[in-house]
Design a protein around this ligand. Sequence first.
Ligand code: HPA
Ligand code: ZN
Length: 324
Amino acid sequence: MALPLITLPLVELHLHIEGTLEPELIFDLAARNEVTLPWASLDELRAQYEFADLSSFLDLYYRNLDVVRQRVDFADLTRAYLKRAAAGGVRHAEIFFDPQAHTSRGIPLAIALGGVHDALANSVAEFGLSTKLIVTFLRDRPASEALEILQQILAGDVSIDGIGLDSAEVGYPPSLFIEVFSLARANGLHLVAHAGEEGPPAYVWEALDLLQVERVDHGIRSLEDDALVERLVADRIPLTVCPLSNVRLRVIDTLADHPLLGMLERGLLVTINSDDPAYFGGYVDDNVAALTAEFALDAAQLALLARNGIEASFLAAAEKAVLN
Ligand code: HPA
Ligand code: ZN
């Protein structure tokens, strides 16, 4: 029986809302908030989007956030992503939000989180796109700060669905965040972490064993450790893979070098995601299209990737059934 040709992704599980800040919106928000940008034009800003590694990208990612200041800015940023994702076929998104990228520059948590929440609250009605919100902690800042913010969120009136870890990886192992993840677990939150993007397989092991994460974000370096691959396969731990990000951050040289097919062959539960689409050359549908062109993915492979995304989501079984 011929499989239906699935060309569009249904689910996105690895998306930093701050990484959807498009150059045009940077200029609009700079005008709204009377911020003087260091760039004279969009082209001058776009010329900065050449990255040597994760840290050179993060420098620009944090710097550009200077224009996002008011609650309405956070809502506009989030709404712009939801609109674009829905147009690309996304029906459900589990969105990362970095509180410390804002509190560290003096924006109150309630303004930033409230603005994101304002947009998410209307997403189903406005865009037919359901969402979950995952607060990601910057692993290169103190774990005590993450703990404090988690406590504030738990005491506040915006409910979140999970926590994760992101930002500079090497030198900041998951073990630093055991207490933060224990508190989140005790409060029924889902647990994810970036691991094995630039960091070694040992960080993926730590994320699994010490933080008890349910999904690994990126996880691409897990392939260097056969026992780890066996563990991920046996426990059906999803890896939220971001191919265009991997190329732009030079985790791999070119898309042709991406280990996607090998990962699928080894039985890993791989999902396709965009990470920071405003910076890496495309949204999740663009990632799927690029992979399809590069590897001549067929309908069965595309259907598998779409099903993996649904399985790996934190939706309830009945909600997954609707998407399947
Ligand atoms: N890796 C780590 N931290 C991040 C990323 C990423 O790709 N994007 C935004 N924060
Ligand atoms: Zn990421």
